[in-house]
Design a protein. Structure first.
Length: 279
């Protein structure tokens, strides 16, 4: 489960998504809320490095510094920028490997921009930039271990695939294309040039199956949340419903160029907040 935000490569930036993240987090008790904002801040900072215009070697070095700082945090010598994380790591049992996986995911865009990865690479990317965030988050939310890891797996992928489908044009502007190579070839699209692919008439043949895959992930996420205490899944439920609404809008709009941006209405956002934030 991503922490909402929507930088083109991952999920840590735009104001529209940020608002739903903040709405979901504000309903949490203080210690949980603070831990979630720390996780969000970490994600945002490493994502900003990956998406910056700086030289690639400098971005790789900056991401390595974050790895070193995470190691220091777990060795009992937290650097100043992670000093506030000590309590959250101990209170909620946050795992070092999940923080490092997020850095690894952000780094996948740095040596060269991702363009038409094979499905296995795309799934690995989704696991690192989204499900790893979810694995940290479910510990904060207080879900049972097995269900929490499973929810992170499914909901993280659902949200990330939705982001990819929504951000086709924005990603192409950065030279990136996250649609899987196998799906492109199946649709008869042989190019991996983002700006060429996004105007292909066969593009819906790539995007609609990916949208259906996301829907299956949402359904599996719902199954897990339905069998857990409502209070423990309030925040992920709100993010799930918000992103599912985005996916429905994308499917209704279609994927042929030109594509108008989709936005969840204020009425829908308020309805999600009213239904799931109040116990």
């Amino acid at each position: 489960m991503t922490l909402e935000a929507t930088a083109p490569s991952a999920n840590y930036g735009s104001s529209a998504s940020g608002s739903s993240f903040y709405a979901a987090m504000r309903i949490l008790p203080r210690d949980q809320r603070e831990a979630m904002f720390q996780i969000y801040s970490f994600c945002r900072q490493v994502d900003d490095i990956a998406d910056s215009n700086g030289p690639r070697d400098e971005r790789l070095a900056a991401l390595q510094e974050w790895r070193n700082d995470i190691d220091a945090l777990y060795q009992g010598n937290p650097p100043p920028r992670l000093a506030d994380y000590v309590t959250s790591v101990k209170t909620f049992g946050l795992k070092r490997e999940d923080f490092l996986a997020i850095v690894d995911g952000m780094e996948m865009d740095v040596p060269q921009d991702i363009r038409a990865p094979d499905m296995a690479t795309l799934d690995l990317y989704c696991d690192r930039v989204a499900s790893a965030v979810g694995r940290l988050s479910v510990r904060v939310f207080g879900l049972p271990e097995e269900d929490g890891i499973e929810l992170a797996h499914h909901l993280g992928r659902a949200l990330q695939l939705t982001n990819i489908l929504r951000d086709l044009d924005e990603d192409a502007g950065l030279g990136r294309l996250y649609l899987p190579r196998e799906a492109l070839l199946h649709a008869g699209i042989t190019s991996s040039d983002p700006n060429r692919v996004i105007v292909e008439r066969a593009l819906p043949k790539v995007c609609l199956p990916l949208a259906q895959r996301a829907k299956v992930y949402f359904e599996k996420s719902d199954e897990i949340m339905n069998r857990n205490k409502r209070r423990a899944v309030r925040a992920p439920r709100m993010m799930s419903k918000y992103y599912h609404a985005i996916l429905d809008l994308l499917i209704a709009r279609g994927f042929n160029a030109p594509r108008e941006p989709v936005r969840v209405s204020k009425v829908t956002r308020f309805a999600i907040l009213l239904r799931y934030a109040l116990i």
